[in-house]
Design a protein around this ligand. Structure first.
Ligand SMILES: [Zn+2]
Length: 217
């Protein structure tokens, strides 16, 4: 009798494991149920913004959600902070990239706590292979305001698509290999889509290479 009861309890526990939430867990990472990499409010996405950022630039920024295929073969959802005129371009290009399963590691606004060090820190975002857009900062190696500072440039998968100028490679220890997944080339769907819409790709520059970078003036 005791044995039968124990068996019944075991069977019930087994059945409860099979039902309930376990079905949803196995579905996580689909288009309908993406893995959420970022779900900030607009206020959170702009938290810690440099006090030097002019109000007319800040007021043009929009927070958009994007879905992307990632390196774990699952669909993720993240967020961009971007100039209001460019949101359409990015939503379209990322839709195309998702269709072609071009992997994007993560898309999280640079205001995220993991990317803070005396303010928003591009190096921390690059080292985490994070894709981002708006960041009120100067161009690497200069005092000139970057197009990122106006929400008019994006950096995609920095680890696969480093910035290379002379001996400087950012993020450090990264290499550019067009045969590696997540690498941007002239044939890449995001690069092709955005160039058709009037963007410029840093991989086409000759004085230096900024493979992760696309911008629209
Ligand atoms: Zn950039």
């Amino acid at each position: 009798m005791k044995k039968t009861l124990k068996a019944a309890v075991l069977l019930l526990s087994f059945l409860s494991l099979c039902g309930g939430d376990s079905g949803n867990i196995s579905d996580l990472g689909t288009y309908e149920n993406p893995i959420i990499d970022s779900a900030m409010s607009y206020e959170q996405a702009l938290e810690g913004l440099s006090a030097n950022c002019p109000l007319n630039i800040k007021n043009r920024q929009r927070l958009i959600n994007v879905k992307y295929y990632s390196f774990d073969d699952k669909i993720h959802q993240g967020q961009f902070v971007i100039d209001r005129d460019l949101a359409d371009d990015i939503e379209f290009a990322f839709g195309e990239a998702l269709r072609e399963k071009f992997p994007v590691y993560s898309v999280i606004p640079i205001s995220h706590i993991s990317f803070r060090k005396n303010g928003w820190d591009d190096n921390l975002s690059m080292e985490a292979n994070n894709t981002s857009c708006f960041n009120y900062r100067t161009i690497t190696g200069s005092n000139i305001i970057s197009l990122h500072a106006r929400g008019r440039a994006i950096d995609i998968n920095p680890v696969q698509n480093p910035y290379i100028s002379g001996n400087t490679i950012l993020p450090v220890n990264s290499t550019y290999d067009p045969d590696t997944g997540g690498t941007l080339t002239g044939e890449n769907i995001i690069v092709r889509t955005l160039l058709l819409r009037g963007w410029e790709w840093g991989g086409n520059w000759t004085d230096l290479k900024d493979y992760q970078h696309l911008e629209k003036k």
